[in-house]
Design a protein around this ligand. Structure first.
Ligand code: NDP
Length: 284
């Protein structure tokens, strides 16, 4: 039976480390890291994410600034707000909660954020830096996955790593981080042939698709580390991942549950990035 990776416990340890580091940083720099979260509209899921981010800031002793704008806010108004936040020395990280209403161009909004405050790591400058290995931050979810892999004691270097999913926010940056850790990485997507065969080669398998039970038990190499990024609702409305947890846990060496795996790590890494951004603000 696989050992279950406790994402809540790993996230709590990461946040505790950040809290302690930030206290030391505050003593020397007189700076309290600050995160601005911008929400446009009324999406219930986004509201919950924003609330959780505020709570995490409180836990680690950061300042949080919340900006809630009506759904019909013109793009120019949002751009002006970002400009104000870019200049505010009390704000080190800026996160615009996605998705945005359809009349707003997400790419334009992301490009308007100062890359040094782009704690989501979505700005093209930061995406480029991630690829060249010179990033100030890593995108929160893939960075959280790296922490979870580390928590198992598994060395990525030399391992066969398979990432299922190639989105800009999870799959592609995930593959980059595994490559930088010297894994031998394969990226799969909806056009991949013989997905099962490719997955079965993985010592480390990361599923980031958005389809319940796409990854079945027979697609897993015995002893593999299986990280399930998926967040889906099953037929009964229950939260579930992309991996058939019951079947996979009989084969894998380590496995993340959903919920309680990758989810808590995403917010912990957002705190890490906000702290990094605060430190960047004092670098000459
Ligand atoms: P996207 O929809 O942007 O990307 C999904 C990817 O899966 C695409 O690359 C797609 O391929 C691929 N895919 C779809 N069907 C198949 C298939 N049958 N076989 C192989 N690959 C397939 O999703 P995201 O990356 O944004 O999110 C993925 C999942 O992770 C979602 O469930 C999301 O909710 C969750 N998530 C969880 C987070 C957390 O904090 N826990 C954070 C972010 C996301 P193609 O490119 O060819 O279309």
């Amino acid at each position: 039976m696989a050992e279950i990776i406790d994402g809540k416990a790993v996230a709590a340890a990461v946040k505790e480390r950040i809290r302690k580091d930030a206290i030391r940083f505050q003593k020397t720099s007189k700076i309290t890291p600050g995160l601005a979260v911008v929400l446009v509209g009324n999406d219930p899921a986004s509201k919950i994410y924003v609330r959780n981010k505020k709570k995490a800031c409180e836990e680690v002793g950061f300042k949080s600034f919340e900006y809630v704008l009506p759904a019909e806010t013109p793009e120019i108004v949002l751009l002006e707000l970002i400009d104000t936040l870019n200049r505010d020395p009390n704000i080190h990280g800026i996160l615009v909660q996605l998705p945005l209403p359809k009349h707003i161009d997400e790419d334009e909004i992301i490009a308007a954020i100062n890359p040094k405050k782009d704690v989501d790591c979505f700005h093209p400058v930061n995406v480029g830096k991630l690829v060249t290995g010179s990033a100030d931050f890593a995108p929160c979810t893939p960075a959280g996955v790296m922490e979870l892999i580390k928590s198992t004691g598994t060395e990525v270097a030399g391992k066969r790593c398979v990432v299922v999913g190639r989105s800009n926010i999870v799959g592609k940056p995930m593959a980059m981080l595994l490559l930088q850790a010297n894994g031998t990485v394969t990226i799969c997507h909806s056009k991949t042939e013989n997905l099962g065969d490719v997955c079965r080669e993985a010592d480390i398998l990361v599923a980031a698709v958005g389809k319940p039970k796409l990854i079945t038990g027979d697609m897993i190499k015995p002893g593999a580390v299986v990280i399930d990024v998926g967040m889906n609702r099953d037929a009964n409305g229950k939260l579930c991942g992309d991996v058939d947890f019951k079947a996979a846990s009989k084969v894998a060496g380590f496995i993340t549950p959903v919920p309680g795996g990758v989810g808590p790590m995403t917010i912990a890494m957002l705190m890490e990035n906000t702290y990094s951004a605060a430190k960047l603000s004092v670098v000459k």
